[in-house]
Design a protein around this ligand. Structure first.
Ligand SMILES: [Zn+2]
Length: 261
């Protein structure tokens, strides 16, 4: 019988347990972005590298809302967008340009999350970008790339410039467009997205409050650097986002467990 329970328990036989786990995590990430209000209709895209490969990724099918994404409807494509497994869907071309650029240049990256939110765009449109004004923002101190807006990313030519803009940073601010957060797994990329959003929202409130004539207090550079270093020490056991990820999956299960199918 085809019930949600049987489908939740089922992993298609042609998909390895490792790949299925990444599919479930990435589908959960889509649901979480929708839950927090950080989706943008059927636009934007999030991806993860297929375990054991360098040149295959999982990405959303064009035309689905984020709360329709499941582990099994994610597309498997190469870094130039060619479908590796047949699907009735196609990937979003701009997603292939952007995500492919990062995976080609950064073997350490296993997940890329791309958002368009009002807070991302507002902070990215400020000349100084994100400032170290909150504890949320500390992890990004001197660890952000900035990319000048070139229009919708439909040109493979932009890949080289995206790669230069992100360098070795974990997060790239796409000015006037949105954000690109990377991670060594889905949980870490989601953690960066979450913290950037909260940082940006807080910064905009702080800056708006200066209209009353108040001056902004900024922590000293040594403190900011010390805090940022704690989040980027390369210790896999302490990657940001790991502690809360099981709780976030439980939240997804309560919202709608169909992401696991
Ligand atoms: Zn975009």
């Amino acid at each position: 019988m085809d019930t949600i329970e049987t489908r939740l328990a089922a992993r298609p036989r042609h998909i390895s347990p490792e790949e299925w786990q990444v599919r479930v995590d990435l589908a959960a990430c889509y649901r979480l972005l929708a839950h927090f209000g950080w989706d943008d209709l059927v636009l934007t895209h999030n991806s993860a590298r297929v375990p054991g490969t360098t040149d295959q990724i999982l990405i959303n099918p064009m035309g689905l809302m984020f709360d329709e994404i499941t582990a099994s409807n994610l597309l498997k494509v190469d870094l130039d967008g060619k479908l590796i497994e047949p699907s009735e869907y196609e990937p979003i071309y701009a997603g292939i340009v952007i995500h492919g650029a990062i995976y080609y240049a950064r073997p350490d990256v296993q997940c890329v999350i791309h958002t368009h939110t009002e807070a991302d765009i507002a902070v990215g449109a400020l000349e100084d970008g994100l400032l170290p004004l909150s504890q949320w923002a500390m992890r990004f101190y001197n660890r952000l790339g900035y990319h000048v807006y070139e229009g919708v990313s439909l040109d493979m030519d932009e890949r080289e410039r995206l790669q230069r803009s992100i360098g070795n940073h974990p997060v790239l601010v796409l000015r006037n467009h949105g954000l690109l957060a990377t991670g060594r797994n889905v949980a870490e990329a989601f953690s960066s997205t979450y913290h950037f959003e909260r940082s940006a929202e807080a910064q905009l409130k702080i800056q708006a409050a200066t209209a009353s004539g108040q001056k902004i207090v900024v922590p000293d550079p040594d403190t900011c650097e010390r805090q940022a270093a704690q989040f980027s020490d390369g210790n896999l056991a302490r990657l940001p986002g790991q502690r809360e990820w099981p709780a976030l999956l439980r939240l997804c299960d309560r919202l709608d467990p169909s992401y696991r199918t």
